[in-house]
Design a protein around this ligand. Structure first.
Ligand SMILES: O=C(O)c1cc(=O)[nH]c(=O)n1[C@@H]1O[C@H](COP(=O)(O)O)[C@@H](O)[C@H]1O
Length: 279
């Protein structure tokens, strides 16, 4: 069984750093002339998968966009995760889960076990109940050859209140999380490309890592960078902010790509434009 880090390394080498975010907001369903229900949602997400397959290596369905439609929305999500994997895409479930260890084990089983309904390649997780609470998810990632993306420096400005807070020794919270992720990767055998435990570092906030002396390169964690496009980050700005960590970066774009619908050819054109911009 290959590790998530190895599959991601391969996908990035083949297709480049773009990850297409599958965020079917009601406004997008309306703009595409789709119904504001689970059927419209499913149709929208499957068109994005169609447009993404063979052009990018990774998609990131945003779980809340499916949850809002209840049970039928979640059934659509299970179908979308399976369709993405069947199309050869790596699927990151963006559910931002985080809880005390015993509950975390259940989340990890739900989202990382490939035989379960929502079994994805990787999951976004929150370390803000304490990084150690994520240990069951780190263990599940190892067992299932899956990955995690741990929120470190999120793309929104409000995150800094927590993430840049300093402990009595002067260390900032995000720096401690980055070091814990490095240690988790080091404890997992057989990684020699990107690690399987990654970090979320916003495209809009990556400059803070340099400014606060946070080393994103050590241990080569993959770096999921949302914020490109709709939140204003540019390709040139990201290259500058990430500096030597750029070849670990997976750049997410959701609304900027989906705004191109409803036709698959228009979504393809937005994907190709973003790929060229990031090259
Ligand atoms: O974990 C994430 O994906 C995430 C973390 C973060 O710091 N900021 C952030 O925007 N995201 C997600 O990335 C996507 C960004 O969407 P767009 O701004 O439309 O490209 C959304 O699904 C967000 O939930």
């Amino acid at each position: 069984m290959s590790t998530f880090g190895a599959r991601l390394t391969q996908a990035r080498e083949t297709f480049g750093p773009l990850c297409v975010g599958v965020d079917p907001h009601p406004g997008i369903l309306a703009a595409w002339g789709l119904t504001d229900d689970a059927r419209g949602l499913r149709e929208c997400a499957l068109r994005v998968i169609d447009a993404s397959a063979g052009r990018v290596g990774v998609i990131k369905p945003q779980v809340a966009c499916f949850e809002r439609y209840g049970v039928r929305g979640l059934e659509a999500l299970a179908e979308v995760i399976a369709a993405g994997k069947a199309a050869g895409l790596l699927v990151i479930a963006d559910a931002k889960r985080g809880d005390i260890g015993s509950t975390m084990e259940a989340y990890a089983e739900a989202w990382l076990n490939p035989s379960r309904d929502f079994g994805a390649d990787a999951l976004t997780v929150s370390p803000y109940l304490g990084f150690a609470t994520l240990q069951p998810a780190v263990h599940a990632a190892e067992v299932y050859g899956a990955g995690l993306f741990v929120l470190a420096l999120t793309s929104n400005a409000e995150g800094q209140q927590v993430q840049l807070a300093r402990d009595p020794s002067g260390d900032c919270v995000a720096g401690g999380i980055v070091r814990s992720v490095q240690a988790s990767n080091a404890s997992m055998p057989g990684h020699n490309g990107l690690g399987s435990i990654g970090l979320v570092v916003g495209a809009t906030t990556a400059h803070l890592a340099q400014e606060h002396g946070i080393d994103l390169v050590a241990g080569r964690p993959p770096l999921l960078a949302p914020g490109y496009g709709a939140q204003g980050a540019t390709a040139a700005g990201m290259r500058r902010s990430f500096g030597p960590a750029w070849d670990q970066v997976l750049v997410n774009s959701s609304r900027a790509i989906l705004s191109g619908g409803p036709h698959t050819s228009e979504i393809v054109s937005n994907i190709e434009q973003a790929r060229a911009d990031l090259r």
